[in-house]
Design a protein around this ligand. Structure first.
Ligand SMILES: *[C@@H]1O[C@H](CO)[C@@H](O)[C@H](O)[C@H]1NC(C)=O
Ligand SMILES: *[C@@H]1O[C@H](CO)[C@@H](O)[C@H](O)[C@H]1NC(C)=O
Ligand SMILES: *[C@@H]1O[C@H](CO)[C@@H](O)[C@H](O)[C@H]1NC(C)=O
Ligand SMILES: *[C@@H]1O[C@H](CO)[C@@H](O)[C@H](O)[C@H]1NC(C)=O
Ligand SMILES: *[C@@H]1O[C@H](CO)[C@@H](O)[C@H](O)[C@H]1NC(C)=O
Length: 425
């Protein structure tokens, strides 16, 4: 058991973390003033000047960024039943290709705090570009909370905007996007690739709505979230307080989690310059683990800026519940609420006999959120496991699926082989 003192320290840390997300909204100083002071301070402590080209990429809107690399890009806006307006992105063909009506659609769903840009943040050697050049029709989803999401009634500053959980993301954002993609492309099945939260979403959909098992020809799960008990996430000691966090979140009616404002993003660029991104490296390590060997340090400001979309506190609480429990269940509202919502004191767990989509699990030896032991235990929940593939680097971690140097050789050529195999099945 933790001592009271230890618990209080953790709780304070956590509260600071939440408040940090709101610093800019309570600030009475103008953004320009804060940025000019920050720039002078960065100069004073000898941080290198940000590289303009990297700054540009970090702040470019998604379709402009895709076009910068010579690929065609489209916006597709889908409104959810509960009022979120989501803009998804599409790269319909490769750099030298033409529109091909029979190009197979592949849908990519990002991880928590990131957005569609995570799939083309690695310059020419990004997964989305490799797939487009291979002749796939590449669809890149954006879930609620990303900077490509709005709401018909709530602004992003309104805490109600952030009151959502993984089941809403799965049922209202991603499942309808599968239907939308099939409808536009005229296909009856598509291929799915998710990373981290993107894998949790796919498992949730296949498990709760069995008809989607027929709409997805194959699932490639990067950092699969099938079991989280042996996660070595550094935030884990704080997350053990999930009950208290849920209680506080309800008490203060506070649902957003480090919703990074444009100001914080600009500050991030000043304090995390290329080639010396110590502060960003540190915060990334706390959040997702450490592996400097596969990282292109020049591009760290881009990764930091694109993977700070903000998220819901409920999702963090949910992750905490998954880590603290022996198995992954639906969100735990507490016994009495669970009885009302699920008809039982405990939330339902994954039903192993339902998920029949042919699946490839890809994971890293040093992935703190999808530890090898969890992958080993979790894969038993799949009816149709095609293969398990360990990334070919001993320190491969949670973001290397997207950001590893020489990504094509490192992983994407392998993904293309798996996609062909899954489509044939
Ligand atoms: C996509 O939408 C964004 C935001 O509205 C806009 O800036 C961009 O030009 C659009 N891209 C395309 C290709 O229409
Ligand atoms: C169009 O896509 C299909 C399916 O991938 C492929 O078999 C065909 O060769 C492609 N056609 C062209 C002209 O690229
Ligand atoms: C499918 O697309 C057609 C037009 O192409 C549209 O009328 C219809 O509402 C769409 N259905 C869904 C479920 O999106
Ligand atoms: C690292 O990123 C920079 C800036 O985009 C790029 O010029 C360089 O080629 C990249 N290096 C590797 C090994 O990918
Ligand atoms: C799991 O799903 C199967 C098939 O839909 C069903 O027959 C079975 O009762 C379910 N098991 C549980 C524990 O819900």
């Amino acid at each position: 058991m933790f001592s009271f003192r230890e618990r209080s320290v953790k709780l304070y840390l956590f509260i600071i973390l939440i408040i940090f997300g709101d610093v800019s909204s309570i600030s009475f100083l103008s953004d320009d003033f804060i940025i000019s002071v920050a720039s002078k301070f960065a100069q004073l402590i000898g941080l290198p000047k940000p590289i303009p080209e990297i700054m540009e990429e970090a702040s470019l809107e998604a379709t402009s960024l895709i076009r910068k690399y010579g690929y065609p890009a489209e916006n597709h806006t889908v409104t959810t039943v509960d009022g979120y307006i989501l803009t998804h992105h599409r790269i319909p063909h490769g750099r030298n290709g033409k529109l091909n009506e029979s190009a197979i659609p592949v849908l990519l769903i990002h991880g928590m705090n990131c957005e569609s840009t995570q799939w083309f943040d690695n310059g020419p050697e990004s997964l989305a570009f490799v797939l487009a050049d291979e002749g796939y029709d590449v669809w890149l989803g954006n879930t609620r909370g990303t900077s490509y999401s709005d709401h018909s009634t709530f602004t992003r500053d309104d805490d109600r905007f952030w009151n959502f959980n993984l089941d809403e993301i799965s049922e209202h954002d991603v499942a309808p996007l599968i239907d939308y993609t099939l409808n536009i492309t005229g296909f009856s099945k598509l291929l799915y690739i998710g990373q981290s939260m993107g894998t949790a979403v796919s498992f949730y959909i296949f498990n709760t709505n069995s008809e989607y098992n027929e709409k997805v020809a194959g699932n490639i799960a990067l950092a699969p979230a099938l079991h989280l008990k042996y996660s070595t996430f550094l935030m884990r000691p704080i997350l053990q307080l999930n009950e208290q966090i849920r209680y506080l979140s309800n008490m203060f009616n506070k649902h957003s989690l480090v919703a990074l404002s444009p100001l914080i993003k600009k500050l991030q660029l000043i304090f995390c310059p290329s080639d010396n991104p110590i502060i960003c490296e540190l915060s990334m390590s706390i959040a997702v683990g450490y592996n400097p060997y596969l990282r292109n340090m020049t591009r760290v400001p881009i990764y930091g800026n694109h993977c700070s979309a903000g998220s819901s506190l409920n999702i963090l609480i949910y992750i905490a519940q998954c880590i603290n429990n022996d198995e992954i269940r639906k969100y735990d509202y507490g016994k009495s609420e669970n009885l009302k919502i699920y008809g039982s004191e405990f939330p339902p767990s994954i039903n192993e006999s339902i998920m029949t989509v042919p699946t490839v699990l890809i994971h890293g030896a040093n992935d703190v959120m999808a530890s090898p032991l969890d992958v080993e235990i979790g894969k038993k929940k799949l009816q149709n496991l095609v293969d398990t593939y360990l990334l070919p680097h001993p320190m491969a971690m949670h973001t290397d699926y997207m950001f590893a140097k020489h990504g094509k050789e490192f992983l994407y050529d392998k993904i293309v082989i798996y996609l062909r195999q899954l489509w044939k099945q």
